[in-house]
Ligand binder design. Structure first.
Ligand code: SAM
Length: 276
């Protein structure tokens, strides 16, 4: 639900100039399912806000106690320069208009959610953040490089039992946004994280590998809605859903056991080799 503007206040983006596609607006509620993996009422951030369409979904669905909305907006220039596309009114939309529009869109939540608009790049914001985030939603420029920088920055500020979610889990390597899935996969390979789910509308969620020391009791440990529920046109753009695959064992408890098992197997193999 996108709140109506107050008719007495001129909208930041005049409706007769607004070419933001209806298909993008309609996608908002269909992306919402991913938010079920975050704890309601927590402290969170959206990285890459634009005009605040998905910020509304986050505020409505999660009712966070605090929501940081992080986007460089005017600091990235006067316009977005994404080319001749309807999302930016064919490059007529200014970054100042987008920020004003996001503010107007979020105004109805001001009495329920503490909202902080932050005109910064994600990594800059994370460097200065003084409290852990229960959830982060990444939707920035969809490149491999930026997504990896964002993930590394968020890694420093996400709570032990927090979740990192995002848009654009696109498996087609020729797609312009394919860098997101690649960056997430490289990130979890190098860090102690795992994929919780990736599914419809190209949504994804990762978290630190669970341990007994940091139980994540509220996480609905279930498979995402079936791809069959997806819009036919988007079929193939997203990966299959994953169930949580790894066992929930404490790292400190499991490590010596794993080491001992490996060494027994290693010794058995060596003995077999020497007999051969
Ligand atoms: C696809 S739009 C976000 C759309 C929004 N999440 C939604 O669903 O309506 C991408 C936004 O990311 C912002 N952005 C690009 N690089 C960024 C970065 N490094 N940190 C934060 N925001 C960034 C851009 O200014 C732009 O507004």
């Amino acid at each position: 639900m996108v709140p109506e503007y107050d008719a007495a206040v001129p909208p930041p983006v005049p409706p007769d100039e607004d070419t933001y596609p209806q298909v993008a607006i309609d996608r908002g509620p269909r992306r919402r399912w991913i938010l079920e993996y975050a704890r309601p009422g927590g402290v969170g951030a959206e990285f890459g806000v634009f005009r605040g369409h998905f910020s509304v979904e986050i505020a409505e669905f999660l009712q966070p106690s605090k929501l940081y909305l992080v986007d460089p907006w005017t600091r990235s220039g006067e316009r977005f320069e994404w080319g001749d596309i309807p999302e930016t009114n064919f490059n007529r939309l200014t970054t100042a208009q987008a920020l004003a529009d996001a503010r107007a869109r979020m105004a109805p939540f001001a009495d329920r959610v503490e909202i902080a608009f932050v005109e910064q790049w994600s990594h800059e914001f994370c460097r200065g953040l003084m409290e852990p985030l229960d959830f982060a939603y990444i939707d920035t420029d969809h490149s491999y490089e930026t997504t990896l920088v964002d993930l590394e920055a968020v890694h420093d500020v996400i709570a032990d039992d927090g979740v990192i979610m995002g848009d654009d889990w696109i498996t087609d390597p020729t797609h312009g946004h394919a860098g997101v899935m690649r960056a997430v996969n490289d990130f979890i390979r190098n860090r102690d994280y795992e994929i919780v789910v990736a599914g419809p509308e190209a949504q994804w969620c990762i978290r630190r590998t669970p341990s007994y020391t940091t139980p994540r009791r509220w996480l609905p440990n279930r498979i995402a809605p079936s791809l069959q529920d997806e819009q036919p046109g988007l079929r193939g753009r997203v990966a299959h859903a994953y169930a949580v695959a790894r066992p929930r064992v404490s790292r400190s408890w499991a490590a010596p056991l794993v080491r001992r098992t490996r060494s027994v197997v290693h010794r058995m193999k060596a003995a077999l080799r020497s007999r051969a």
